[in-house]
Each structure stands twice: as structure tokens, then as C-alpha cells.
Design a protein. Structure first.
Length: 199
């Protein structure tokens, strides 16, 4: 079965969507990361568990899979290359950019609750300080948050147009190429800093 990537910030939306996937006798197994990310050992255990044949459909839900290391994602990729019968993998994430492009290319993406994205106040404050020239620091962020921030500035900030053009260009590159998300974010923050330092 083709794995699913559910893009959402709402666990209830995931649970509701999973209910629509159940057919007959279905077992849903929630897999949670050890500490803050999935370990290679945890992925290897999952591989061993899925080798066993089961009569019923088994849905493995891997929550916040974008928090996984590259090594753990590569180990999981081997599982996706030869998926076991009667097994469906559902990966949840806030953004597909944190996943390996090879995983994304083997999955069907379902965007849930996109209209409900709310700005992250910490990122908003850091961006405000950055454009005012008070502070420059590289921080992990979601491009969607950057786009949201600069869209709200369009009516009052002429520079926001050029920033948004670059954000959307880089977002397109991330969606269609094998780019590192954090390097893309770092590039955008430098671009923003340079753009606002020019009078």
C-alpha cells in the first residue's frame, strides 16, 4: 500500500482521518519517537515487526516523523521500497520539508487543516528583530511561517513583496528537489537580513 504523509498540526484531524482508512478488521498502531526523534533501533524494530504476516490490515502511525534523523529516515526508506502486505504507513508532520525527498516521492501527501495554520509568536518576534537590524541569528523555522509573516506585512512594507517572491521560489525548490530544509531557511534569513539592511 502507498504510504501516506499527513501534514497537520492537529492530532484530532489525524485520528479522524485514520478512521476513514479502516476496512474490516484493522489494527491501528501508534508509533511514537523515543525522546524527541525516532532512532535507528526503533525503525529496525518496526521492520522486524512488519515482516510477520497478518490477516488484518495494520496501520502504523508515525507521529512527527520529520523529527527523525537522516539515518533513521534512510532506514525507514528501505521499508518503503519493499512494503509488507496488508500494511499501511502513515507519517504525520507539520511540514514535508523535514522529510527526505525520497520518502516524499514514495508517499501520497494529504494536507489537513491548512487553513488553521497560526503564526508562531517566537518566530514572529525573531523575524521582527531581524528586519529591524537588532539581532541576527539562525534558527529552525518552517517556511510556511515565514510566508505567513511576510504576507501580513504586504500592506505596509514594500520590501515584503521581494521577500515573498524569494520565499515562494525557495519553497518550490524544496518541494521539487533534494534540498536541505535548514540550509534553505538559513539562505532565506540571510536574504531577509541583507534586504532590510539596504536603505
Amino acid at each position: 500500500m502507498i504510504p501516506l504523509i499527513l501534514i497537520t498540526i492537529n492530532k484530532r484531524s489525524v485520528d479522524k482521518y485514520i478512521q476513514t482508512l479502516k476496512v474490516g478488521k484493522t489494527v491501528v498502531i501508534d508509533v511514537f519517537p523515543e525522546k524527541t526523534e525516532y532512532s535507528i533501533g526503533q525503525i529496525k524494530s518496526l521492520i522486524k515487526e512488519t515482516v510477520v504476516f497478518h490477516l488484518e490490515l495494520r496501520i502504523y502511525v508515525l507521529t512527527d516523523f520529520d523529527h527523525s534523523s537522516i539515518e533513521a529516515q534512510n532506514a525507514f526508506l528501505k521499508l518503503l521500497e519493499e512494503p509488507p502486505e496488508k500494511t499501511l504507513f502513515v507519517l504525520t508532520t507539520k511540514s514535508a520539508y523535514g522529510l527526505l525527498p525520497t520518502i516524499v516521492s514514495r508517499a501520497h501527501i494529504v494536507k489537513l487543516d491548512q487553513a488553521k495554520i497560526t503564526p508562531d509568536e517566537t518566530i514572529k518576534k525573531q523575524l521582527q528583530q531581524l528586519i529591524e537590524g537588532k539581532q541576527f541569528m539562525l534558527f529552525p523555522a518552517d517556511i510556511d511561517q515565514l510566508v505567513f509573516f511576510f504576507r501580513t506585512r504586504l500592506p505596509t512594507d514594500k520590501k515584503a513583496v521581494e521577500i515573498l517572491k524569494e520565499l515562494l521560489r525557495v519553497q518550490s525548490l524544496l518541494e521539487n528537489n533534494n534540498l536541505n530544509q535548514q540550509l534553505a531557511i538559513d539562505h532565506l534569513l540571510i536574504f531577509i537580513c541583507k534586504h532590510y539592511s539596504i536603505k
